[in-house]
Design a binder for this molecule. Structure first.
Ligand code: SAH
Ligand code: SF4
Ligand code: F3S
Length: 475
């Protein structure tokens, strides 16, 4: 496998590197059209659904055909240098289109817009509009401004904005799973990370609006929601009507109670914040999926300190023990960074050993990419040579392959309740679904006109690779 490609993985594997375009149901309703591509984490994809809603209300329909667009939007990511390069390359591809299409506007949204602000307009002459993650409500006004030939920028960050009253337009979705943002921003200051600078201070969304959105999704036939935040365990909202404090555990329970038929997932948990209360809540509700994404970043306490992660190796291992104790069936995955500043071979071995200890089912693995303005960029030297970073990353990737295979082999002979998402990617004679642990399980259709999408099926695992389980329907 190509290490660079792995190093550039985004948060949600299913959507990795994929650009998606929300598409209005009836494009003929609108006289103007926008085309949007999203990069980066699930939160950016969720934001694009909010943007689609704002633009629909301003008279723009979505199109999947870039040639038809009056407005091209790139919802961008700054997490690693490679993510920014991908967007810049994409922009140059739009150059010719812009030259031959009078009036075509190009807008940069998201984290890169926030990081580079008006500087982007100087660097990228093609760009007409620059809008940061907290300023999407101003998009219609900025588009009007840009239509008069001015460059339009709004990168103000907010302490309050959660877009709670905007119903996201779920267009390119499979109709079964949806993302629901529960908070924005991040108050942690992991030294390697650009997110606190691009997304601003942490704020939690009104719990009622979250429950309203989830209820609406259930009514529309959705079967799974993923509650999204950079650090979901620090969700905190005060219900002034009832004088009740809504923590993440409380919210999770409220969402689980919306419908027993609805699967509930969440991402991401910071190891320092996930509480026993959350684990007990997960144990109490069958429909809260037994899967926790618990980014470790490094297995070395010294490196974790430099990263400002606020936990030690031992503390993290104790958290894994606690999850295994309270939720024996729970899947665990991680994010891992290879080659952070000053990382020695010994530190790297600590990362490999914590991976073995935790027995991750899956990981997102990256090599360190220095981001301007972060604490690490200001305080430490990015001193690990690229070849060493890549070699260490490859060792991490190889080990994860073994761990994933071992984890899947443990499932042979077991029966899982699977939510069917659609055809298997490899063959439309097979169904593809996920287990509660978020593993992909493929099983044969009984006939080509069988309708199982969006239903739960019990499947017994008979075979596996390191990425996929295969099985047969159990009677
Ligand atoms: N809020 C989440 C992570 C969001 S970013 C959390 O705290 O877990 C997703 C992942 O990208 C991080 O977990 C980290 O592994 C990786 N990442 C972030 N900044 C990076 C950088 N500068 N270089 C390489 N990987 C980075
Ligand atoms: Fe970045 Fe750390 Fe916040 Fe995650 S918790 S978004 S890694 S600063
Ligand atoms: Fe990227 Fe911004 Fe998400 S930097 S990972 S799109 S929060």
């Amino acid at each position: 496998m190509d290490v660079l490609a792995i190093g550039d993985k985004v948060h949600d594997e299913a959507r990795q590197g994929e650009a998606f375009s929300p598409f209005a149901n009836d494009p003929n309703r609108y006289s103007k059209h926008f085309y949007i591509e999203s990069y980066g984490c699930a939160m950016n994809f969720a934001d694009s659904e909010v943007i689609a809603s704002i633009l629909n209300n301003a008279g723009f329909g979505a199109t999947r055909n870039v040639e038809e667009a009056n407005l091209i939007l790139l919802n961008t990511c700054s997490i690693r240098e490679k993510a920014e390069q991908t967007v810049r390359k994409r922009l140059t591809e739009f150059r010719k289109l812009k030259e031959r299409t009078p009036g075509l506007l190009i807008g940069m949204l998201g984290c890169m817009a926030e990081r580079l602000k008006a500087q982007l307009l100087e660097e990228e002459k093609l760009v007409d509009i620059v809008v940061g993650p907290d300023a999407y409500r101003s998009l219609p006004g900025l588009i009007e401004e840009a239509e008069t030939g001015q460059k339009a920028v709004n990168v103000l960050l907010s302490r309050e904005e959660t877009y709670s009253d905007i119903a996201p337009v779920r267009i390119d979705s499979n109709g079964i799973s949806a993302f629901v943002s529960i908070m924005r921003g991040c108050n942690n200051m992991c030294s390697f990370c650009v997110v606190p600078f691009t997304r601003g201070r942490e704020r939690s969304r009104d719990a009622y609006s979250i429950l309203h959105e989830v209820t609406d999704l259930v009514e529309k036939g959705y079967k799974e929601v993923t509650l999204l935040g950079q650090n979901v365990d620090s969700y905190y909202w005060i219900d002034e009507q009832k004088d009740e404090t809504v923590t993440f555990a409380v919210l999770l329970e409220k969402v689980a109670l919306v419908s027993p038929e609805l699967r509930v997932r969440f991402s991401t948990s910071h190891p320092k914040d996930i509480t026993d209360e959350v684990l007990h809540t997960m144990a109490r509700h069958e429909n809260i999926c037994k899967y926790i994404h618990l980014p470790v970043q490094s297995g070395s306490t010294r490196i974790l300190q430099l990263m400002n992660r606020t936990y030690t190796r031992e503390w993290y291992m104790a958290k894994v023990d606690r999850i295994r104790e309270l939720l024996p069936e729970c899947g665990i995955s991680a994010d891992i960074i290879a080659g952070f500043c000053t990382e020695t071979e010994e530190d790297h071995q600590d990362t490999l050993s914590i991976m073995r200890y935790s027995g991750y089912d899956m990981s997102y693995m990256f090599f360190y990419s220095e981001r301007p303005g972060t604490l690490a960029a200001r305080r430490y030297t990015d001193d690990i040579p690229e070849d060493v970073k890549k070699r260490r990353l490859q060792e991490i990737v190889d080990l994860q392959g073994q761990l994933s295979r071992a984890s899947n082999e443990k499932d042979l002979g077991k029966t899982f309740k699977v939510l069917v998402e659609g055809n298997s990617r490899k063959s439309d004679a097979d169904w593809m679904g996920r287990t509660s642990q978020n593993k992909v399980l493929v099983f044969p259709k009984k006939s080509m006109d069988e309708q199982l999408k969006g239903t739960y099926v019990m499947v017994k695992v008979t075979d596996c690779t390191k990425t996929t389980l295969r099985g047969e329907r159990s009677k």
